[in-house]
Write a protein that binds this ligand. Sequence first.
Ligand code: ATP
Length: 291
Amino acid sequence: MISVFGSANMDLVAYTPIVPKRGETVTGRAFAAVPGGKGANQAVAAARAGADVAFMGAVGDDAFGPVVRETLRSAGVDVGRLRVVPGSSGVAHIVVDDDGGNSIIVVPGANGAVTAPSAEDLAVIARSDALLLQLELPMEAVVSAARQARVPVVLTPAPARELPRELLDAVDLIVPNEHEAEALTGLADPREALEALLELVPEAVITLGAEGALYGSRAGGRLRVPAVPVRAVDTTAAGDTFVGALAVARAEGRPQEEALRFAAAAAALSVQREGASTSMPGRAEIDAALR
Ligand code: ATP
């Protein structure tokens, strides 16, 4: 089983030919409301990839809360520990222009109300093969979960920010993209950044978009995992799909390189479809892509 302690949002996406300036109103082309948030995305990705998954976090008592809950539930995620708090759910307000460029306002809402995991949460985490964490909850909550987990902790350090020592000391595997890796280490070369990350945590994967990923462990292993060549239409949540699938393959005890290939195959399937939670592949699809 995989536990995810993280954010759940409603992504409100407006597609527009022109991004409005201050005081301006423009007419958009289309609109989509899709559940997202890095925590919920990783939970859905792991569940679709074939694991039992428990999600711990919070939604608001607004109209979005039940939609987010149902999306997780229908993907097979256990939402028994998803709390409802007064006020709005987390919302990502996204504007996508015709060149595919986007600007995003994230309002944490209920995510900002999440504190340390409860005793019941910790009991669920203790029964898991891994705990997945990201940085869209208050830092104190993330640190508390990492320190109290008695199982391997996988951290996606996004959005990028400085990481307290007490968090790093509790992380077993860190999975930044190349920008986050540079922000954490000050090193633009991913190979150098990987070595610097391994001074902080025992294992690291740096994802490099269409260039694949680099893996390293303090025990000595270094691997380059190529991306699967595909025509990408929307890379939203590629990283979350990669992490969710990687956690599943590791929980199944697969050898390192095989687990990374499983993750890359899942992520490559997700970039060929639009959206976040809507784009994540099921186990049969991933297995077929690997054959
Ligand atoms: P996001 O923030 O959009 O979720 P990210 O920046 O965290 O993504 P990336 O490094 O862009 O993560 O991608 C994660 C993984 O997804 C890559 O290591 C690769 O395996 C796969 N991937 C991403 N883009 C492509 C692509 N264009 N073609 C094939 N695979 C891709």
